[in-house]
Every structure is written in C-alpha cells, then in structure tokens.
Write a protein that binds this ligand. Structure first.
Ligand code: FES
Length: 90
C-alpha cells in the first residue's frame, strides 16, 4: 500500500528500512517520505513503530486481568487510518 503519495513510498519500503534498524528520521532522509505535504507522517511513523526491532510487539498488548491479546492503543487510537464513516457504517 502506498503510504506517501507525494514520493510514492509504500508501507513495505518503510518497513524494510525500519527492520534494518533505521529510525523515522533516517527513513525520511533515505526515501523522502513525509517531506512534501506531510499528510503521510502519522501513518509512516505508525509503520516504523510496528516494525522497529526494539519494539517487535508494539502493535499488541495483553490484558492483565483476562490475558486477552489485542491491538495496542497506538494502533486503535491512530488517526492515520480513519475513514470518513464510522466502521459500523463503512
Ligand atoms: S503524502 Fe507524503 S509528503 Fe505528501
């Protein structure tokens, strides 16, 4: 999926760099992501967070009382993936 329309950078491009150990600023320098209109920055940062080797399970959390595993608030609370309709109406 294309994350940055201005520079035609995909989530795979960002993930590949993040898994290689680059931080967001390094990826921005290498690819140009989020350097033009900036609309993609939140989404690009989310991809980096999800792929960062130091936070391999950043996208998941375990409920301490039930042991249930679910998406972290960083993902569910992200404004990067919102739609114009609530999910129940999409
Ligand atoms: S969409 Fe990424 S800088 Fe414009």
């Amino acid at each position: 999926m294309i994350v940055c329309v201005c520079k035609r950078i995909s989530d795979r491009d960002i993930a590949r760099h993040a898994k290689a150990g680059l931080n967001f600023e390094d990826i921005q320098f290498e690819t140009g992501v989020a350097t033009q209109c900036g609309q993609c920055e939140g989404c690009a940062r989310d991809v980096v967070t999800q792929c960062c080797p130091s936070h391999p399970v950043a996208a998941l959390r375990r409920e301490s009382n039930t042991g249930t595993i679910s998406l972290s608030a960083a993902i569910t609370g992200s404004k990067s993936w919102t739609t114009s309709l609530p999910l129940s109406q999409a």
